[in-house]
Design a binder for this molecule. Structure first.
Ligand SMILES: [Ca+2]
Ligand SMILES: [Ca+2]
Length: 371
């Protein structure tokens, strides 16, 4: 009966949300970007609305995304709301290919809502003091990366949604960091800290993939609301990927000894068969170089690196660094990473966009600091 009631509540909520898409501003893919011209600058070529000022939304909904394949770039600006039921900062209903980035959403009932929307990207947003930071309903295959969710009752709330990826988010100081209902999620590289419940999943929320996250000082780090409805969840992979870091399971007193010094606890922590003994243990020089190679390939695809030749030169230098470090020749690896930085600097603003060059140099310097 409890589950039926909960389901009806969600159904009613979706109807309410779906029927209330009236927003102060709607971004459309047209000559002016819909209302974009009154709050920012519309680039019709890239279909991007870039905010030019902070906004205050005194009632109702702030910005509705009215077309597929558009980008809303907050450019660091804040949209402030009023925390009454269902008032929302950004509405994304029945959309695909939408990107929302670099936007701050404060004091809404929902910071961002996705309903029946798949294949979208929410990245680098900052959601603070909302009831729910980001809500998904019946929305699949979206990516949520590098978002900050602080002091929301629920950081992420995921309802009847599948195959969404949550990566590199910082979720802290809430009642539930991420909570799911009849859903499955992939959680990776997130920091989930100081919530009552870190990851709360219920009612056939199974087949979750949860690895390489820092679970820090949540009263309940993970909580399956009904064991018989939570199954086939994966909390670790074989070394060197391993599982997660758990602040309540990282010392011998807590059951985590590491007698063979491989940075994994020698005994599993529940379903996590390879718990890390240190935060971010998976961010070794080797894994970071692998990630930087991937970044170069992505920057080539996005056009931030102009030619295949430039990208190949960079990845071959990174592979040389990887081989040297894997073989124990740390100094040679460091020299290769310095050579990589020199190559990037030489092409910054030429074959490599200035922004991408700064990103790659930061990555290389981070790796060198770990050698
Ligand atoms: Ca501890
Ligand atoms: Ca060990």
């Amino acid at each position: 009966m409890k589950k039926l009631t909960a389901s009806l509540v969600f159904a009613a909520m979706f109807l309410f949300l779906s029927g209330s898409a009236m927003a102060y501003y709607t971004i459309y893919d047209d000559a002016t970007g819909g209302d974009c011209s009154s709050i920012g600058i519309w680039d019709a070529g890239t279909k991007t609305c870039t905010l030019t000022a902070d906004l205050y939304i005194p009632s109702g909904h702030g910005i509705n995304i009215g077309s597929d394949y558009v980008t809303l770039n907050g450019n660091g600006h804040v949209v402030n709301g009023v925390r009454n039921p269902f008032y929302t900062g950004v509405d994304i209903y029945y959309r695909t290919g939408v990107t929302v980035k670099n936007l701050r959403l404060v004091n809404f009932w929902h910071g961002i809502v996705l309903i029946s929307s798949s294949g979208n990207s929410i990245t680098g947003t900052n959601n603070t003091s909302n009831y729910i930071g980001i809500l998904l309903g019946q929305s699949n295959d979206n990516i949520f990366s590098n978002n900050s969710l602080m002091s929301n009752d629920h950081g992420f709330r995921v309802v009847e949604s599948s195959n969404n990826i949550f990566r590199g988010n910082n979720i802290a100081n809430g009642y539930m960091g991420i909570s799911t209902f009849r859903s499955n999620v992939t959680l990776r590289d997130n920091s989930i800290s100081n919530n009552i419940y870190g990851f709360y999943y219920e009612d056939s929320s199974n087949q979750n993939i949860v690895y390489n996250n820092n679970f820090i000082d949540n009263q309940y780090q993970t909580f399956c609301a009904a064991d018989n409805f939570c199954s086939n969840d994966i909390f670790s992979f074989a070394a060197p990927t391993g599982g997660n870091y758990w602040s309540n399971y990282n010392t011998p007193e807590e059951g985590c000894s590491d007698l063979n010094n491989d940075s994994f606890c020698d005994v599993p922590n529940g379903l996590d068969y390879l718990p890390w003994t240190m935060q971010d243990g998976w961010l070794t020089p080797e894994t970071l170089i692998g990630g930087t190679i991937t970044a170069v390939e992505e920057l080539l695809t996005s056009g931030d690196i102009a030619t295949v030749g430039t990208a190949t030169s960079l990845t071959s230098t990174l592979n040389n660094a990887l081989n040297a470090i894997s073989g124990g020749n740390i100094q040679a690896g460091g020299n290769m990473l310095q050579a990589f930085i020199n190559k990037v600097e030489a092409q910054a603003g030429k074959q490599i966009s200035a922004e991408a060059a700064a990103q790659l140099i930061d990555a290389a310097e981070q790796i060198m600091s770990k050698l």
